[in-house]
Design a protein around this ligand. Sequence first.
Ligand code: 1HN
Length: 373
Amino acid sequence: MTAARENHREAVAGRSDVEDTAELLAYYEELETLKAGALWTVANKIEPWEPVSRYSPVLWPYDKMRSHVLRAIDLVTPEKAGRRVIYLNNPGAGDRAACVGGIYSGLQVMKAGETASAHAHSTSAMRFIMEGRGAYTIVDGHKMTLGANDLVLTPNGTWHEHGIDPEGTTCIWQDCLDIPLVNTLEANFYAVHPDMHQKVGYAVDDTKYTFGAPGLQPQVSWDKAYSPLYKYEWGPTYEALVKYSKVTDGSPYDGILMNYVNPRNNGPVMLTLGASMQLLRAGEKTKAHRHTGNVIYQVAKGSGYSIIGGQRFDWKEKDIFCVPSWAFHEHANGSSSDDACLFAFNDFPVMNALGLYREQAFGDNDGHQKVEA
Ligand code: 1HN
């Protein structure tokens, strides 16, 4: 771009190019004493041409995380800790405890026979089960049994608690909450259940049998903004992806992708957080694109790599990685004989509801980023 054109661009956007003088600097200091400032000193920073994420792409290898997560069992009890969780702290998060963007995430561990008491908060949460047998979550009196690669919702405002059956094994799952977002909005409330635990008021797994039949809905009213299904099991999810892969070319950027939806309106499972599962066929390499919105991936099956913002991240089962808003990313299945599956949490419902969603393909090099050395 020529200098004249650049100046024009600045002028059009009201961008500033004011040089500091002694008089101006003194003026800025005076404004500061009034708790005020001159817009032209911050305009370029607060109104970037395009999103500039403070967050980095990061991969958390499960084989490195796991022993530290298990160690917490001997160090704290769920009673004392509230929840026994090791959270994923992006280097750009500062004091926000964010995994990426407005999303918090952590690995929670409980052993057989343990329970974590009931509480409710304004934040919305999802959990994706990583390992172990006998885990359950109770949401507003609905008890759900959980196995590996199942997704369970604990929507905002619901009483929720977790436990592991005494006959079960140590369980680890990934939590995902919209904490940084809700705290930015300064709208976060938290309450502990008056009886510590809630009563199970329905048959175990009733939501699955009430709301979980594909293409069929019961004559039951539901006035909440989130999905009444609460639990999405791995078996039917994987089966649906495999069947879909046989009748579609899929997306050049996502492979075979399906969103978890609220069966009452086919919208996202909750107002602020969405989730998806994508299948990369044997040998599949997607093209790069970017979009507004933040995504946290967990490898549900297989191995491969992703290139995010020009950096290559090799992944295998249960590894977690994040893609910050507006970062180019592409995925590759490392196997030429078996499929790979990437589960993902995202904040697309927020981007869509607020009219902020944008997407762009990577134009050069046949859609593939160059990997930085
Ligand atoms: C929460 O409610 C859980 O219910 C886990 O398991 C992690 C982190 C911050 C705030 C609430 C849970 C959480 C959380």
